[in-house]
Design a protein around this ligand. Sequence first.
Ligand code: ADP
Length: 182
Amino acid sequence: RIRNDAARIMSASGKMRERLDDLLNLARAGRIANPTEAISLTPLAEEARGLCEGGLAAAGVTLRIEPGMPEVLVDRVRFVEVFQNLIENAIKFTPGRPLPLVEIGVRQDGTQRTFFVKDNGIGIPTRFHDRVFGLFDKLDPRTEGSGVGLAVVRRIVEVHGGRVWIESDGEGHGTTICFTLP
Ligand code: ADP
C-alpha cells in the first residue's frame, strides 16, 4: 500500500509541477520577452513542425504550411510556440480520422489578413468558442494537457496587438484557429 500511495503522490506532484510550469509560461507570455523582428511566419511554422515531428508521425497527420507567408513583426520564439501549441492540439483532436490534415496559411478577408491553423478533427461546438481560451478549460478532461495552451496562444497574439478566434462548424467538422497581426 505504501508503494501505491507513494506512486499516487508522485504522480499528483508531477501534475502539479506541470501546471506550475504552464502558469509560469503564461505569465511570461504576457510580455514580449525577446526583441521583435520582421519575419515571414512560414519559417516559424516550419520550426514548430520540427518540434512536433514525433507526434505528427505517430498520429499519421499531414501538415501543410503555406510557403512565403508575408512578413510580420513578431517575437520569433513566441510565435514558434503559438504554432507548436496549435499543431499539438490539431494532432490531439484528430484521433482516428481517415486522413488527418492540418493546414497553416493566410487568407485575405477584405482589408484584413487572417492567419489560420485548420484541422479536420473533432471540431468545437460554437457555444464553447470563447471558453476554450480560458485557463485550465478543457472540453474533455480525459485528454492530455492542462488546458493552458490556447490561453497562452491568446496572450501571445494579443500582446502583439492581434486578435484570435475560432471557426468551427461544430462536432466532427474540424477546427480553424484564426489570428490577425497588425
Ligand atoms: P489542452 O490542449 O491542454 O487541453 P488548450 O488550452 O490548448 O488545452 O485547449 C483547450 C481545449 O480546447 C481542449 O482541451 C479541447 O477541448 C479544445 N480544443 C483545442 N484545440 C482543439 C482542436 N484543434 N480541435 C478540437 N478541440 C480543441
